[in-house]
Design a protein around this ligand. Structure first.
Ligand SMILES: Cc1cc2nc3c(=O)[nH]c(=O)nc-3n(C[C@H](O)[C@H](O)[C@H](O)COP(=O)(O)OP(=O)(O)OC[C@H]3O[C@@H](n4cnc5c(N)ncnc54)[C@H](O)[C@@H]3O)c2cc1C
Length: 416
């Protein structure tokens, strides 16, 4: 190590949910933590519907009370379930009727405000944040040395004992270390924006995310995520060809407008709505890596694997990865026995695999049949409800123990 570069125990790349959660947990273990964030906050991010499981991680990091206290001021929408609509049929899951123990509510949040709140709280707890600095180069051995560039193009060197990559879709370390691996999912696209929703329908439940399936195309779906201030996030997910057909000139506004025009429920609910942000169009966000950790580094949140937005699992997985990594690092730095494979990668992957089975089953159509089959025994719906609420690591749930098999068998039953 050079003598003059600032030294930290842990440097975290990125101040999204994974980065701030890890910063908070590690700082509370009296470790010296630096978070390097490329952008200035607040900044827009997609990923606005949280899952109740994420509340337990916020609580453990002593961040929950800040979220709850700020909820009214920042327009966080109370969320207690998920509602699904397909071909005239509405089915909802109330998270209070889930199998697993734990919180049964959460929030839908504008991520610009939510991410800034978490970063501010982690900073108050003692973590150092550098906004407007991006990691441009790294040397990991013998000990990590990072090259940072600020917005003026000035270069700084910083050093640490360990690096956590929480850089999200930028996937900084996977790219620099050649860790990228193709996702198990086909390329899908998404178009989305924020709207003033002007919903007057008294039957509309603002406490739930609404997922609507296209009336003819089962692999095309829409989200409507209301916030508490009369605005909402609206988006559509489909294979790129679907959007190309809708708008050959690839104008995102036209793609979203025409996609929503093909819905039944969203179209009616949003008849008076207006866009309040530009429509964004993103493609090919599902990703995977060859390994989640290596000498002196680990990958958190989206910098590891990203599945699909359908079950709003991204932030919950980001928090879980930060929690597991922080626990292993605490053991490592205090001289206790630790193992990145059995205490980080494996337990993280187990829940990711549960979500993965649910995502596969959704696109195959089986999970859509299950969701709309309300005659299913109550205990079965409770177990499915648990995973929809983010409890994908609860081994007592047979849909966590054997998600593929249970979904296949139940799907066949519901379809017959
Ligand atoms: C269409 C779509 C809809 C989604 N909907 C949901 C949802 O409803 N609910 C949900 O939970 N998840 C959702 N997700 C997933 C969610 O967006 C992510 O899983 C979540 O934001 C991951 O958090 P993170 O902390 O890993 O990364 P991020 O939140 O992406 O944060 C990464 C940070 O790293 C910074 N950074 C990048 N490069 C550098 C660099 N070189 N140096 C320094 N900093 C850097 C970035 O500026 C950014 O602030 C959705 C995803 C998509 C694509």
């Amino acid at each position: 190590m050079s003598n003059d570069a600032p030294q930290y125990d842990v440097i975290i790349i990125g101040a999204g949910p994974a980065g701030s959660m890890a910063a908070s947990l590690l700082t509370q273990q009296q470790l010296k933590v630096l978070v390097v964030e490329k952008q200035q906050f607040p900044r827009f991010s997609i990923g606005e519907s949280l899952l109740p499981q994420s509340m337990t991680y916020l609580q453990e990091a002593k961040l929950l009370s800040a979220v709850e206290n700020a909820a009214d001021k920042l327009g966080f929408q109370y969320k207690n379930g998920a509602a699904f609509y397909a071909k005239g049929h509405y089915s909802d899951f109330d998270f209070s009727q889930k199998f697993s123990a734990g919180p049964s509510h959460t929030y839908q949040v504008k991520r610009a405000d939510f991410d800034q709140l978490l970063a501010n709280e982690a900073e108050k707890q003692g973590a150092e944040f550098k906004f407007g600095y991006q990691l441009t180069d790294i040397q990991l051995e013998p000990q990590p040395s990072l090259t940072l560039e600020d917005e003026q193009g000035d270069i700084t060197q910083v050093e640490a004992r360990f690096v956590l990559d929480a850089s999200g879709f930028a996937r900084v370390l996977p790219r620099l270390l050649n860790l990228d691996q193709p996702s198990d999912f086909p390329v899908r696209s998404s178009v989305f924006c924020h709207i003033e929703d002007k919903i007057t329908d008294s039957g509309y439940d603002r406490n739930k995310i609404l997922i609507e399936t296209h009336p003819q195309l089962k692999d095309v779906w829409y989200w409507l995520i209301p916030f508490a201030d009369g605005t909402a996030s609206l988006g559509c997910v489909a294979k790129p060809e679907y959007f190309e057909r809708l708008s050959p000139t690839a104008v995102p506004e036209s793609m979203l407008e025409q996609a929503v025009a093909q819905t039944q429920r969203c179209k009616k609910l949003l008849a008076s709505s207006r866009n309040i942000s530009p429509v964004q169009h993103i493609t090919g966000y599902s990703s995977n890596v060859k390994q989640l950790y290596g000498t002196n580094y680990a990958l958190l949140g989206n910098a590891g694997e990203f599945l699909d937005p359908i079950f709003s699992s991204g932030v919950t997985i980001a928090f879980k990865s930060a929690k597991l990594a922080s626990e292993v690092l605490t053991r490592q730095f205090s001289g206790e026995q630790y193992c990145w494979q059995s205490q980080f990668a494996q337990p993280l992957q187990q829940g990711v695999d549960t979500f993965k089975a649910f995502v596969c089953s959704w696109y195959q159509g089986q999970l859509q049949d299950i969701i709309h089959f309300e005659q299913a025994p109550a205990n079965i719906r409770e177990m499915v409800c648990s995973v929809l609420a983010g409890y994908a690591w609860d081994h007592d749930n047979s849909f966590v123990q054997q998600p593929e098999r249970r979904l296949r068998v139940l799907g066949e039953l519901c379809a017959s």
